[in-house]
Design a protein around this ligand. Structure first.
Ligand code: R1P
Ligand code: URA
Length: 322
């Protein structure tokens, strides 16, 4: 595959370098997950999909990229939506947000449905909906000093970035409707640059100096609820996204409102690991929660307004054209 433009590589068809999608293959409303198997489970809720079929329904668009991204596009209750599985970590979130943004016209909403560890009383199988997220990074320099005389901290905690408040409120409402209020938790997420050391897991094979990490996180943000590996970057990039490239008459309207960013973001996570009690979710619970949580996210994606629908990516020539 030959690419042009070293600044933002694309192939001759207009496919992005890593996610591998082109214009017309991706909807303005996207649910993003880590696990491609989760994307396939969720795709069974799309219009016209056969819920009993274990693979992706042939009437849906799908594209698996050479770098492990899986995109599925169809409609939910008539509205175009995409599901994108991205793998793990903030770098994958960066590829996803930037490459998807580049091939879609108009404002977008992106909601992550992930898994997480719970630092609070949220139990395995419960859902957490974080209104903001901060980053936990291993301080590599700290470990360069063998004498351990460094006064620096072994982990660096960033400022927090907020989700879109309407997206979060809609997610909380729809998750509560699906799972019951007592299984839905609000709070703050911590996104870590590792599943292990930066999430406070103990590993005698390495020097990690992370025994006090949970205490540090709660001191930093007392409402810290969850630990996972992507949400911070989604919220950060939504906050730093520039205004959507709008048609002229809408631009004037948008300037008069608070439409400063082209991406509205939210996230919710299923608790897979209860870090206080040391429990891990069963396969049966994952199979029970994933599709219900997915429906709540789809309901939220289509409920959140993206403004003037005529500004969204044209149906003509797209894979969701009827
Ligand atoms: C680690 O097991 C992975 O699970 C979580 C973390 O963020 C990390 O990506 O989310 P996903 O289940 O969405 O991948
Ligand atoms: N994903 C994470 O990143 N951490 C957990 O503890 C569970 C899922």
């Amino acid at each position: 595959m030959s690419m042009s433009n070293a600044n933002f590589p694309m192939d001759a068809e207009g496919r992005t370098y890593h996610v591998g999608i082109k214009r017309g293959e991706l909807a303005n409303r996207i649910i993003t997950v880590g696990d491609p198997a989760r994307a396939i489970v969720l795709s069974r809720s799309l219009d016209g999909a056969d819920p009993s079929v274990k693979t992706i329904s042939p009437n849906l668009f799908s594209h698996a990229s050479h770098r492990g991204f899986l995109t599925i596009t169809g409609r939910y209750k008539g509205t175009p939506v995409s599901i994108v599985a991205i793998g793990m970590g903030v770098s994958m979130m960066d590829f996803f947000v930037r490459e998807c943004r580049a091939v879609v016209d108009g404002p977008m909403v992106m909601i992550r449905l992930g898994s997480c560890g719970s630092l609070s009383d949220a139990k395995v199988g419960d859902i957490c909906v974080p209104s903001s997220s901060y980053l936990v990074q291993r301080n590599y320099d700290y470990f360069a000093d063998d004498s351990s005389s460094s006064s620096a901290s072994p982990y660096i905690l960033s400022k927090k970035f907020d989700a879109d408040p309407e997206v979060i409120a809609t997610l909380v409402k729809n998750m509560s409707a699906q799972l019951g209020d007592n299984h839905v938790w609000k709070g703050i997420n911590a996104t870590a640059d590792s599943f292990y050391s930066s999430q406070g897991r103990q590993d005698e094979n390495f020097v990690d100096n992370n025994q006090e990490l949970f205490t540090e996180l709660v001191k930093h943000e007392p409402e810290t609820l969850t630990l996972e590996m992507e949400t911070f970057l989604l919220y950060h990039l939504a906050r730093t996204s520039t205004v959507a490239p709008l048609k002229e008459e809408s631009r004037l309207k948008a300037n008069a409102t608070s439409n400063k960013h082209s991406i509205r973001a939210g996230a919710c996570m299923m608790v897979f690991a209860q870090r206080k009690s040391n429990e891990f979710i069963s396969k049966e619970d994952v199979a029970r929660v994933e599709p219900i949580a997915g429906k709540a996210v789809f309901d939220s994606l289509v409920e959140v307004s993206l403004g003037d629908e005529s500004e969204l990516h044209a149906t003509e020539g797209s894979v969701w054209a009827l």
